[in-house]
Design a protein around this ligand. Structure first.
Ligand code: NAD
Length: 385
């Protein structure tokens, strides 16, 4: 089908709709949109939620004129330029495709969608020059990541050699008492997919393409379908090796990335978001002190945030350029996670690119693996309201 994007030019007002009006929509999307509306012509024109009271309250609190419970109706009546999707992951594919087909660009919350097959269906609904669908991976967009990405790309720190990527968080039984959590169909996956995805996405953004992965997963504490911990070894195209831990069993919570390069160690330690001060660069013996102090100059402090990513996306929308974290650049982390599960559940090493149509891990992250796949058939969702 032919899709026509109605992108705004620099001076045109970009009309935005928010789909799903829960915690992340209120806590991060609306504030970022409000901040950007103060910088450029932009208006939040509508919000959609299956819960009519939630949509109405969101609109009242955010001065958004049009609450809806029906996505298709909103798309038809409001013709937004950009739709931000803040619903649970199982709705992401169908809602993203519906918005793209209506000519709107999409900014969809992580995790992108339940499988690589779903992601490819989203990509197929994009059109050259827009509309495009970009995934929220806000940790790529702080000034710290930008600075370190630049140092690594220029090889100023020498070759990256070995890395650690850690998402060790804690979620108790109260967290898993919500019936939709811990299930492949409704939560999308365990901590590899739902929690560690941010750190792993940032690792890939810094180190570039991966080539192979060997992983293990465990269900050690919680009575759930998915894993509650996973570990992995990854080889990168550059030759660098990395270890990854994704856990919801770790009382002392931390998110950490450490990359040892030939001339320095770069380390980021935070929990749910970082500032420049959370990054540390330790030069190797013999590195000139002046050079090391230049490396440590991160410039103006821009925290990792929805705001930083959305600002870039709007510039791309106005210019009709593919935004970061869309297409192959948005798919990469999902492919790594699919490969992590495939390796953990089969015991095999998995290579980049091998999970293709026909592979059970292409259509479901559990890959129908005995002991891991849901025991009862997963209900098929209809396009959400
Ligand atoms: N980027 C981040 O750091 C970050 C942090 C938290 C959550 N998230 C992601 O944001 C998404 C939403 O999480 P949340 O914590 O806001 O959840 P939430 O439960 O607080 O909100 C979800 C909202 O979506 C609505 N909804 C459910 N099904 C719908 C449908 N079919 N159509 C329209 N509305 C529907 C619900 O009524 C609810 O209001 C998830 O994908 C989650 O992983 C991202």
């Amino acid at each position: 089908m032919c899709v026509t994007s109605r992108r705004g030019s620099r001076d045109e007002t970009v009309r935005v709709a928010v789909v799903g009006t829960g915690a992340i929509a209120r806590g991060s999307h609306l504030p970022a949109l409000a901040a950007l509306a103060a910088e450029q012509p932009l208006r939040v024109v509508a919000a959609v939620d299956v819960d009519a009271d939630a949509a109405a309250a969101f609109c009242a609190d955010g001065a958004v004129p049009h609450p809806y419970t029906d996505l298709e109706r909103m798309l038809d009546e409001q013709r937004p330029d950009l739709v931000t999707i803040c619903t649970p992951p199982r709705f992401h594919r169908d809602q993203t495709v519906a918005a793209l087909r209506a000519g709107a660009w999409v900014w969809c919350e992580k995790p992108p969608c339940p499988s690589l097959a779903d992601f490819d269906a989203i990509e197929a609904a994009e059109a050259e020059g827009g509309p495009y669908a970009s995934i929220v991976f806000q940790h790529r967009f702080g000034s710290g990541a930008r600075h370190v990405r630049g140092l690594l790309a220029e090889q100023t720190l020498g070759r990256p050699l070995v890395a650690h990527c850690q998402t060790t968080w804690y979620r108790g039984t109260d967290y898993y008492s919500a019936p939709w959590r811990g299930r492949w169909h409704s939560e999308g996956g365990g901590p590899a997919m739902g929690h560690g995805i941010h750190q792993m996405d940032l690792l890939l953004d810094l180190l570039g393409p991966w080539s192979q992965i060997s992983a293990m997963a465990g269900r050690l504490v919680h009575d759930i379908e998915t894993e509650d911990v996973s570990t992995a070894l990854i080889r990168f195209g550059s030759g660098a090796l990395a270890t990854v831990v994704n856990s919801v069993l770790s009382p002392d919570e931390v998110s950490r990335i450490r990359i040892d390069c030939e001339r320095a160690t770069v380390e980021l330690t935070h929990l749910y978001g970082y500032r420049n001060a959370d990054w540390h660069i330790t030069p190797a013996p013999g590195v000139n002190a002046e050079e090391a102090s230049r490396w440590r100059d991160f410039g103006a402090d821009e925290p990792s945030s929805h705001l930083a990513q959305l600002r870039g996306l709007l510039a791309d929308l106005r210019a009709g350029r593919r935004p970061r974290s869309s297409g192959a650049d948005g798919r990469r982390s999902l492919e790594l996670i699919a490969a992590l599960y495939k390796s953990a559940f089969t015991g095999a090493t998995v290579r980049a690119g091998e999970i293709a149509p026909g592979d059970p891990y292409y259509t479901a992250l559990h890959g129908d693996a005995p002991g891991w796949a849901p025991e009862s058939p997963e209900p098929r969702e209809v396009v959400a309201g």
